[in-house]
Design a protein around this ligand. Sequence first.
Ligand code: ADP
Ligand code: MG
Length: 234
Amino acid sequence: MIEARDVVVTYDGTRALNGVSLSVGDGEFVLLVGPNGSGKTTLVRTFNALVEPDEGAVLVDGTDASGSPVAARTKAGMVFQHPRDQFVAATVGADVAFGPENLGLDRSEIDARVDEALTTVGLDGRRDERIAALSGGEQARVAVAGALAMGADHLVLDEPLAGLDFPARRSVLDHLETLHEAGTSVVVVTHDLRDLVAPADRVVALSEGRMAFDCPPEAALDRLETVDVRDPRC
Ligand code: ADP
Ligand code: MG
């Protein structure tokens, strides 16, 4: 479970988050929406201690994220908006192996995790390919595989679908749904709710650093306009 309690984050004297509380239960699929600048990226970055709350706390599986950033990053895997900015190696296999290598695991365990993670995202047999030569959707899936190979129970994706063409978007969503069905919690920050309403358990909306609403998708649809998100039914 990821639990944010009354989180306040201030940048240069301006409050980006102004007392946000949110919990994501194990295995839940949560969509996080809101206008640009409403604090979505700041909030999800507190989940793995890339951003530290000035007030309040974030607990990942009961452990304070700021106090144990390595544990938080192992449990809550993050996929950024531009996955190419988060790759540390040139090839698919080397990149996915990087996290488990830093956990100090045996080579055989690392290899097994890399194979399993790549199979899960539909990239089995492609370890030796260069990341730079992959499509945007394939790169997004490599980033997801990296989080899975760490053993992440919670996946947090910050606008992972922006800029993907339809088949790539569909492919990443299919893999997210498969992971969700297998018990992984999924938090997706997005402006585009197409195809995401059905798998989602909840829609959480931020506005100016505060929670605007947190409700089931059906109830959220009529309120999307208030947070500048297009109604996917239209
Ligand atoms: P969102 O992801 O919803 O667009 P962000 O969390 O990126 O929102 O930003 C929330 C607010 O914090 C915005 O006003 C933004 O300008 C500000 N902000 C975000 N990151 C920084 C930073 N590193 N330094 C200063 N201000 C920031
Ligand atoms: Mg953002």
